[in-house]
Ligand binder design. Structure first.
Ligand code: NAD
Length: 248
């Protein structure tokens, strides 16, 4: 039990096949109390109930700082603490530079980057007061290698921003006992690319040294590691979960 009784909050985790729900499930298997956050309260509650009884779901749009602060307060009231935050909510758009409108840009940047900032700001005071906490940010290999999977340049910028933000938070918050790390997954079988032509998908998977596409559980394992004390001396890093498709 790597996360026994730890309160773990995961944003954007209601999606049935998504990385957030898989991470929540694996954290629950390691004894965590799970809080699922997503746009819709019903979907968040249903996902939480589907994973474990030691859980609840809560509606929160991570682009709204007031909603993030309120959600953190509600969680602290109901669960007593926030030990782990997984900034997972994100949206992607397969657009080329000249096709990206200001609204597209805002939407993609706001959910991934501003959302990561907002939720981190919302949980830092309580983590700081307990001098303990782990924040895990789900970035993407697209933010390292400049796309090539699915998201457009604005998505790459958002995810590169997430990794930079996480490193800066790690440096600032280390004296408070709070660790902050990122995970950079490559293509994962979550439905995010449903509708992508078979040929394009085969090309992505065919180039992976480990010879298969990623599964949500592959990312969940890295989340459990970064959330738990196994990674007590790890902060400011990015774990690449990409089957060897991008090595740096
Ligand atoms: N699936 C992949 O191949 C892949 C690869 C690299 C990185 N990622 C990243 O991993 C994360 C999860 O991806 P996924 O494939 O599971 O996506 P998904 O679409 O299955 O889930 C994303 C969830 O975020 C929620 N969401 C959207 N906007 C929100 C907001 N403003 N506030 C709160 N929740 C919001 C959605 O309702 C959804 O439940 C994302 O950040 C994504 O960019 C995914």
């Amino acid at each position: 039990m790597l996360l026994k009784d730890k309160v773990c909050v995961i944003t954007g985790a209601a999606s049935e096949r998504g990385l957030g729900k898989a991470a929540a499930r694996m954290m629950a298997e390691h004894g965590a109390f799970i809080v699922i956050m997503d746009l819709d309260a019903g979907a968040a509650s249903a996902a939480a109930a589907d994973i474990t009884k030691s859980s609840f779901g809560i509606a929160c749009d991570v682009t709204d700082p007031g909603a993030c602060r309120q959600a953190a307060e509600d969680i602290l009231e109901r669960a007593g603490s926030i030990d782990v935050l997984v900034n997972n909510a994100g949206v992607s758009q397969p657009l080329k530079t000249m096709d990206i409108s200001q609204d597209d840009y805002d939407r993609v940047l706001d959910v991934s980057l501003r959302g990561t900032f907002n939720m981190s700001q919302a949980v830092i005071p309580s983590m700081r007061s307990r001098r303990s906490g782990s924040i895990v940010c789900i970035a993407s290999v697209s933010g390292q290698q400049g796309g090539g999977i699915f998201g457009g340049p604005h998505y790459c910028a958002a995810k590169a921003g997430v990794m930079g933000l996480a490193r800066a938070l790690a440096k600032e918050l280390a004296p408070d006992g709070i660790r902050v790390n990122s995970i950079a997954p490559s293509w994962m079988d979550t439905g995010i690319t449903d509708g992508l032509p078979e040929e394009a998908l085969s090309k992505i998977i065919g180039s992976v040294p480990l010879g298969r596409g990623g599964r949500p559980e592959d990312v969940a394992g890295a989340v459990v590691f970064l959330a738990s004390e196994l990674s007590a001396y790890v902060t400011g890093t990015t774990i690449d979960v990409n089957g060897g498709s991008y090595m740096r």
